[in-house]
Design a binder for this molecule. Structure first.
Ligand code: SF4
Ligand code: SF4
Length: 232
């Protein structure tokens, strides 16, 4: 053996009993297919675990990270303030936000700014939820929805109107003024429980055809009245 070969590591040959051809007798070889069917027959009587998707949708785990949604306050104003923290937190650069200024005639969210443009590129998103953690107003949360599709690459970029939750029962379509006498901090603290009659009147005057008007309910006024009764 040369000096060079002596320094090479020595590999043990595999055990031929493990890796060589099986040495079964004729009866064992005859019964081999029967053993194979044994696995089949024992599985036939177990409960079926195959999912019939897409005909039957199986519910996800409660904390599954699915499609995002942009939330609203109880009076219908949007929670997003266009701060872009979600976009900065995103490791995949999947979010694009452009803020707009709220004005007395066009107030979309409490405070100074709202999310004028909001896009999520679902070709990039890895559903890590860092954006959710970064959002200071809980405007952005995730649903359990996993059927996220689009006809084209551009179609996989979801726009604000696809992400913003619809108005719930009694809410008033923005833009409209904030509840009188409240600040944006009151909204964050959950002190607004619905629209006021003043807000409903404002929308009726400025957008008489607004579809949310017939169902809007002045629940904030009802809450205040109840609080007064309790205080007395
Ligand atoms: S879930 Fe993660 S990857 Fe997707 S938009 Fe949010 S931060 Fe970006
Ligand atoms: S979703 Fe949240 S973090 Fe993103 S811009 Fe809106 S308020 Fe800021």
């Amino acid at each position: 053996m040369s000096e060079e070969n002596k320094n090479q590591p020595r590999f043990q040959q595999p055990d031929p009993a493990l890796y060589g051809p099986t040495k079964k007798g004729p009866i064992a070889r005859f019964l081999n297919p029967v053993a194979g069917f044994g696995v089949t027959f024992s599985t036939i009587f177990r409960p079926v675990v195959t999912e019939q998707y897409p005909y039957e949708k199986v519910p996800t785990r409660p904390r599954y990270h699915g499609l995002h949604k942009l939330n609203r306050y109880a009076d219908g104003l949007e929670k997003c303030i266009g701060c872009e923290l979600c976009a900065w937190a995103c490791p995949a650069d999947a979010i694009y936000v452009e803020a707009g200024a709220n004005t007395p005639g066009a107030q979309y969210s409490p405070g100074e700014r709202y999310g004028k443009v909001y896009q999520i590129n679902y070709l990039r998103c890895i559903f890590c939820a860092f954006c959710i953690q970064a959002c200071p107003t809980r405007a952005l949360t995730m649903t359990n929805e996993y059927e996220i599709t689009g006809p084209t690459r551009e179609g996989m970029i979801y726009e604000k109107d696809q992400l913003l939750v619809p108005l719930a029962e009694g809410m008033l379509n923005p833009p409209h003024p904030m509840v009188e006498g409240t600040t944006d901090a009151d909204y964050y603290r959950g002190k607004v429980t619905g629209p006021t009659q003043e807000q409903i009147d404002w929308v009726a005057e400025n957008r008489p055809d607004d579809p949310s008007l017939p169902k809007a309910r002045a629940t904030q006024d009802e809450t205040r009245a109840a609080q007064k009764v309790e205080a007395n």
